[in-house]
Design a protein around this ligand. Sequence first.
Ligand code: NAP
Length: 248
Amino acid sequence: MKKVILITGGSDGIGASTAYLAFQKDYTVCINYRQNQVSANKIVTEIKNRGGRAFAFQADISNEQQVEELFKTIDSQVGTISALVNNAGIIEPQQKLVDITTERLQKVFATNIFGSFFCAREAIKRMSNKNNGHGGSIVNISSMASKYGSPFEYIDYASTKGAIDTLTIVLSKEVAEENIRVNAVRPGIIDTGIHSKAGEANRVDRMKEQIPMKRGGHPDEIAKTILWLLSDEASYITGTIIDVSGGR
Ligand code: NAP
């Protein structure tokens, strides 16, 4: 039986790269997306055409009910997951704190923090050996913004990633005896569509001189670290956060 992986926000960017690499590592791949059904279905079709097993499931991870339904659907249509990548995340247009509305805070915190908490909770219920599960591995996608912040740009986003770092460290201790590992990857500036969604398409170019390696990262470079952390190669690693950021 192939292992089943769920990648939230798997329709684009880092999540899409992770989906393709998970197929190459012989997982049955479940892609979650919020709205980009076309892209999610394209990835599923490509994996199937190459002989893999893949599924796309729409759900807004900031919505508790939709997350519960997502996991139930995967249980019944695919099988029990043993790997979760809490990848879905959003940035809003650049603003200082004084200008940030409550509505924006609620949206960013609900997606980036609540979404990861909801998905981790559902995954643990299924993975835990206390519930007759077979264990598993969770990788949360943080950001170097949790360390350096993004002053004048995304103080809310950076703060959510600080919460993801803390979630990773604390949850790893709560579930270590239940045969579940929890780790995180902290990407630096990665060349995906997230920057244009936040209103600055050339952000990677603007920022690259501040990166010791003088370039943005490729989503595949994050995906490789995610898949390694999920694998048995990392069997004694939990509560660890790996910076993948070109030295910054
Ligand atoms: P991206 O290209 O914008 O992709 C984001 C993905 O998340 C899309 O598949 C999107 O689905 C999905 N998504 C957004 N909100 C969702 C929701 N409420 N429910 C379900 N899915 C949702 O972003 P990315 O650059 O690959 O970022 C992926 C992760 O890496 C994020 O957590 C981000 O914070 C983190 N990260 C990125 C960078 C970077 O420089 N790119 C750096 C550090 C950390 P739809 O398209 O269907 O809406």
